[in-house]
Design a protein around this ligand. Structure first.
Ligand code: HDE
Length: 706
């Protein structure tokens, strides 16, 4: 995490319209006994949207004290009308999201490749707004479904806004934009029944996927733990498509963008993920909020892969196909800058909800490639903002407005905020010499690329290989990760009611890896093994790429992690203090959990407030746990289901556990058979070392994986 260099913005001052007990005399009005201030006794006075001071905000205008409400009550009507229209259409995809302000700093110039100032001016701090999202669920869905995460960044550069609208997975489901509405209709809740919300585990999704071989590489990624991020600050981000950089000589180079989290990659275990959804539906949002409040600013490196057309021609795949990635072993990543997220928005709706990302928001020196998915996106995002935000003037909303000067002759429209002066609203013109004009020297110029060939609805031959990179991904994973992929497929396909869909999917898996197909078929009790569908191109054995792993990319750090200590009356005060000290020194955060949250009486007579009440603060919210209990305290908790689950789940979710003598009583009650990840609470060094990772070897002892 970045250090808290600039102070986090102070919370905004209380706004008008809030009832306050400060100052003025209060009086009781109406029969509800409400407290209500006398108008005119303090500032700011509550007003209508027209500035009319309001004398009574608790009672509507009635014909008599028990009589009907009068249509004449324009104050009531204004207030209710505004309320009725508070919601705007949620995003058709990526509806559930969390936005944060931050800054990008360039550390390495790409001047050789581009004229874009944001990529050439080393040390330049560019403000930005980032939004992370799930894809399938509605805006009120939970933070932790198995789903791809959106990773969108709006850079407010000196040359206009640049939106890098990516995901946390480097490939996508489909190769052509025309397929997107079908894909999304298949994954969203089924239209006749209105469920499931935010889940791929249902018939329509797998039916569509089973008929879409190009999705198989993405299927490997979404069935891996990449779709179960532990925190928004522990995910990678990818621009996915190839873009172009254009230098001063007009020469263009292809580029892929990657975000690398400073905290490293980490995911949750599926069983844990399911339980987090119940315990804290806002798990990711809250985690980011708390990190920023605490000055533990999440940070990512921005890295690029650069390659020429001649190099691309030698790749064993087409880089314009968004279902393919370029392995790092083939084109290494160059780190060019860092992003720090350091300021929570003032208002969720104004900023996070109204922010409008568009891949077509680009700056001079950067250009698009011919990726047919990207080409469709260039249309879709601007179009969707018109229905979502309701006006072509959405760029005037503060979160969307460029921070550099912008001027043109576009005029009028719904919710126009600007008041242009003068009689000229066109270009060229001779009447207003100071009006905005095109600039060949500073303006955006597309890459000079020759195009030829036959027009038609044709998929390039070079897009035909749908299985080789899926195989490469699966074979690059650690055995634990392979087991998670196989088990996720079993879970998802078990929810599919149509047997032929299950069978077709297993058939595809045979192309990816025969052992994977067998494991999944076995998990579904599907025999004999269904036939593999014909493959459009021969499947190749590509070299394994360890960089595709998640476990292999975990970092040796406790920063950004949270350790929970379960305590109760009588717990050892000195042990709690020493554990807390060691955990904080290791960079992690501590939360105390107790049966009663207000005050816990410790062994030395002192008292401590807890951060969470046991029933509402299960161990799934922590990365590791310590159990510090007196014998009496432990005996009481052995009768408490939430306490037994606390340790049983921590063990089942492969977490390090530290326990003192009392803690051990609870462990025994939960049937925990100690392994190297279960240590004495006094041995903080060993505990913290174990807490840095999941106890992967324990997994086969606690669950059956496919
Ligand atoms: Fe999107 N996508 N998308 N998408 N997408 C939207 O735009 C679309 C795709 C991504 O936090 C929508 O403002 C099409 C790939 C993110 O506000 C919409 C296609 C990638 C976000 C849309 C794709 C993304 C969106 C809905 C296939 C990763 C959330 C609301 C051609 C590179 C941005 C909105 C935010 C949002 C269309 C595929 C990322 C409808 C047509 C590939 C992160 O315009």
């Amino acid at each position: 995490m970045a250090s808290k260099k600039s102070a986090v913005k102070a919370p905004p001052a209380k706004q008008s319209g809030m009832r306050s007990v400060r100052g003025a005399a209060q009086q009781s009005t109406g029969h509800g006994g409400e407290l209500h201030q006398t108008a005119g006794t303090r500032d700011p006075v509550l007003t209508t949207n027209q500035g009319l001071p309001i004398s009574d905000n608790q009672n509507s205008l009635k014909a008599n004290p028990k009589g009907p409400t009068l249509l004449e009550d324009f104050i009531l009507r204004e207030k209710i009308t505004h309320f009725d229209h508070e919601r705007i259409p949620e995003r058709i995809v990526h509806a559930r999201g969390t936005g944060v302000h931050g800054v990008f700093e360039l550390t390495k110039s790409l001047k050789k490749y581009t004229t874009a100032k944001i990529l050439t001016e080393v040390g330049e701090q560019t403000p930005l707004f980032a939004r992370f999202s799930t894809v399938a669920g509605g805006s009120g869905s939970v933070d932790t479904p198995r789903d791809v995460r959106g990773f969108a960044v709006k850079f407010y550069t000196k040359e206009g806004n640049w939106d890098l609208v990516g995901n946390n997975i480097p490939v996508f489901f489909i190769q052509d934009a025309i397929k997107f509405p079908d894909l999304i209709h298949a994954v969203k809740m089924e239209p006749d029944r209105g469920f499931p919300q935010s889940a791929t585990a249902h018939d329509t999704f797998w039916d569509y996927i089973s008929l879409t071989p190009e999705s198989m590489h993405m299927v490997m990624w979404i069935m891996s733990d990449r779709t179960l991020p532990r925190s928004l600050a522990m995910m990678e981000g990818f621009g996915i498509h190839s873009f172009r950089l254009i230098n001063a000589a007009g020469v263009s180079t292809f580029v892929k963008f990657h975000w690398r989290p400073k905290l490293g990659l980490q995911s949750t275990i599926w069983d844990e993920t399911v339980k987090i959804a119940g315990a804290d539906p806002d798990f990711h949002r809250r985690g980011l909020f708390e990190a920023i409040e605490a000055g533990q600013f999440p940070e990512w490196e921005l890295a690029v892969q650069l390659f020429t057309q001649a190099e691309a021609d030698k790749f064993p795949f087409d880089h314009l196909d968004a279902t393919k990635l370029i392995p790092e072993e083939l084109v290494p990543l160059q780190v060019i800058g860092r992003m720090v997220l350091n300021r929570w928005p003032n208002n969720f709706f104004a900023e996070t909800e109204q922010v409008a990302f568009c891949p077509s928001h680009i700056v001079p020196g950067i250009d698009f490639s011919n990726d047919p998915l990207l080409q469709g996106r260039l249309f879709s995002y601007l179009d969707t903002q018109l229905s979502r935000l309701g006006s072509a003037n959405f760029h005037q909303i503060p979160v969307n407005a460029p921070k550099c000067p912008f001027a043109n002759h576009q005029r009028d429209g719904h919710m126009q905020m600007a008041q242009p002066t003068g009689r000229v609203a066109y270009e060229p013109n001779s009447l207003a010499p100071l009006s905005p004009r095109e600039s060949p020297s500073q303006g955006f110029v597309s890459a000079q690329v020759e195009e030829d060939g036959v027009k038609g609805r044709i998929r390039a031959e070079s897009f035909a290989d749908h299985y080789s990179q899926a195989r490469q991904f699966f074979r690059s994973q650690s055995p634990f990760e392979q087991a998670h992929i196989a088990s996720a497929l079993v879970f998802e396909l078990s929810k599919v009611e149509h047997m032929h869909v299950r069978a077709t999917m297993v058939g595809h898996l045979r192309h990816i890896d025969p052992s994977l197909a067998e494991r999944v078929a076995n998990g579904l009790a599907l025999a004999p093994l269904p036939p593999a569908p014909p493959a459009a191109a021969p499947v190749k054995d590509l070299p394994v790429s360890p960089a595709l792993q998640l476990i292999g990319k975990a970092k040796d750090t406790l920063e950004g992690r949270v350790i929970g200590i379960l305590i109760a009356d009588g717990s050892d005060a000195a042990l709690i203090a020493s554990l807390k000290k060691a955990i904080v020194a290791a960079g992690a955060n501590v939360k105390l959990v107790a049966p009663k949250v207000g005050k816990v009486k410790l062994s030395d007579g002192s008292t401590l407030p807890a951060d969470g009440q046991l029933a509402g603060t299960p161990s799934i919210l922590f990365d590791a746990v310590a159990i510090v209990l007196s014998k009496d305290g432990a005996a009481a908790l052995t009768k408490e289901g939430a306490a037994v689950d606390f340790v049983r789940d921590a063990f089942g979710h492969l977490k390090a556990i530290a326990a003192d003598v009392g803690g051990k009583i609870l462990l025994d009650k939960a049937g925990v058979v100690a392994d190297s990840g279960v240590v004495a609470a006094g041995d903080t060094k060993q505990f913290l070392a174990a807490a840095k990772t999941r106890q992967w070897k324990r997994e086969s002892a606690v669950r059956t994986l496919a």
